[in-house]
Design a protein around this ligand. Structure first.
Ligand code: NAD
Length: 486
């Protein structure tokens, strides 16, 4: 089996731990390759390389940095099909969605390449004569990037593109469920002409490689996407670093009695079962007006029964496998919890007989807002229907969770829509569209336990990856004091 190495200081190198792990295809459990379990010594080496290259990279004019980013986008375009196939094999999502993941990476590298000609600061008047005031953006330094497996090329790309255009150097630690995608991405960065040491890759466990990154004193910022528990651990242990956290979700779709139900069903199927329910923005709760509950259930059941489960490489597959066996066990655990809590299982609730990490799309109804299946992130093909009597109750239920990432409302009534936009506690609200469908030039992120206030995508992600310097330029040739001090 092929052994993939770490990428440090522009070279593919072995880990000093010599230990390895295997990445497997969840559709058939066949191994895809061996990867090093990097340790603290490897992370230290990566930090030394990132430190050495910082002056060169940060002094490279931002438009020139942008040229390399644009080249990366072009190479990703060239290899889109190959990368999508690797992604489907490594983490299971259907090929069309993997293509979308690579496309998101292409889009964000293109977008951030253009940012190289902006990176705007502000100019503003001074309270004194002959004095000029402005803000400029400066790099933070070395950035540690820790990513999950569910968007294994898109998420590292959001973070790397923004960090790099701002002049930082980076250490990427991808999830151990998708290290091959990260290796392929780094190969492209290298081919595009990224100077050595600017981006380094360490594969390995969160406990060892991840912790070494978050605790390293020379790393000035951490950008993390993953689950809440890991996010909390990072906040506690990162010390005084700039920390960006993009965490989990328990995203609601509200369906009002005036909604176009066929449209709502499309949105629930896509939001609840797309990516096998393994998106941070997955629609895991359907909060439905009781007047249309029965009809919605009938329509949903008809559609769910038609969903085809299988290997994501097969063109006919609608739902691929879960990422690994642990994820299957977790989904199964929540099915049992749902049954014990008294919710009604309408469909699924069991594994398939196929070899691989497959689970039937699962639909529970008569779910009460306080049940665990209504509150906790399951991250599987699992949708809970919660009936309510009106919009106020729907919004209350939508907000009755610790998370606040995405949300949606289906309604034909403008007042309902605007009330939902205003009152739902979430970073994203969609009207008459599902909870998923972000575009790279708009901010992405959530409130409450979904994050700590940062947003990725669009211009705001420049804030996550740069520091602001305030400049006062006094050309009066005398000592001038602000605040009117004489
Ligand atoms: P995870 O938290 O288990 O792992 C994410 C990364 O953190 C991995 O690289 C892992 O190795 C690393 N890690 C684990 N323990 C660590 C530690 N102690 N120190 C440092 N690093 C550590 O999450 P996951 O299972 O890979 O991803 C699924 C989660 O990610 C879900 O909760 C999902 O909602 C969330 N997610 C959020 C967004 C978003 O933008 N908000 C996007 C995608 C996924």
């Amino acid at each position: 089996m092929r052994l993939y190495k770490l990428f440090i200081d522009g070279k593919w190198v072995s880990s000093s731990s010599r230990k390895t792990f295997v990445s497997k295809n969840p559709a058939n459990l066949k191994p895809l390759g061996k990867f090093y379990l990097a340790n603290k010594t490897d992370v230290d080496k990566a930090v030394i390389a990132a430190k050495k290259s910082l002056a060169l990279w940060s002094e490279t004019p931002a438009p020139k940095r942008g040229e390399i980013l644009l080249k990366i986008a072009q190479l990703l375009k060239r290899d889109k099909e190959k990368l999508a196939k690797i992604m489907t094999q490594e983490m299971g999502k259907v090929l069309n969605e993997s293509r979308g993941d690579v496309q998101e990476a292409i889009d964000v590298f293109e977008y951030m390449a253009g940012e190289g000609r902006r990176l705007f600061g502000n100019t503003t008047p001074s309270e004194l004569k002959n004095k000029f005031c402005m803000t400029i953006r400066i790099p933070i330094g070395i950035v540690g990037i820790i990513t999950p497996w569910n968007f294994p090329i898109a998420i590292p790309s959001w973070k790397l593109s923004a960090a790099l255009i701002c002049g930082n150097t980076c250490i990427l630690k991808p999830s151990s469920d998708a290290p091959l995608c990260a290796v392929e991405l780094i190969k492209i960065l290298n081919e595009a002409g990224m100077p050595k040491g600017v981006v380094n890759l360490v594969t390995g466990s969160g406990n060892e490689a991840g912790t070494a990154i978050i605790k390293h004193k020379d790393i000035r910022a951490i950008s993390f996407t993953g689950n809440v528990e890991t996010g909390k651990f990072i906040l506690k242990n990162a010390g005084i670093k700039k920390v960006g956290l993009e965490l989990g979700g328990k995203n609601p779709i509200i369906v009002m009695d005036d909604a176009d139900l066929d449209l709502a069903v499309d949105g629930i199927i896509w939001g609840g079962f797309g990516t096998t329910g393994q998106r941070c923005t997955a629609a895991s709760r359907v909060i439905v007006h009781k007047k249309v509950k029965n009809k919605l259930e009938r329509l949903l059941l008809k559609r769910i029964k038609r969903l085809r489960i299988g290997d994501g490489l097969n063109k006919k597959t609608d739902i691929g496998p879960l990422v690994n066996e642990k994820a299957v066990e977790k989904t199964e655990k929540y099915v049992n919890i749902g049954k014990k809590e008294g919710a009604k299982l309408l469909y699924g609730g069991e594994k398939t007989k196929m070899k691989g990490c497959f689970y039937k799309p699962t639909l529970f109804t008569n779910v009460k807002r306080n049940m665990r299946i209504a509150k906790e992130e399951i991250f599987g093909p699992f949708v809970s229907i919660i009936p309510v009597k009106n919009l106020n109750e729907a919004i209350e239920v939508a907000n009755d969770v610790n998370y606040g990432l995405s949300s949606a409302i289906y309604t034909e009534n403008i007042s309902n829509a605007f009330k939902a936009i205003e009152k739902i506690e979430a970073g994203l609200t969609y009207v008459n569209s599902s909870t998923i469908g972000s575009e790279v030039h708009l901010p992405f992120g959530g409130v409450k336990e979904t994050g700590n206030g940062t947003r990725e995508g669009g211009i705001v992600s420049i804030d996550e990856f740069s520091e602001i310097k305030t400049v006062y330029f006094d050309y009066s040739n005398k000592l001038q004091k602000s605040q009117g001090i004489k």
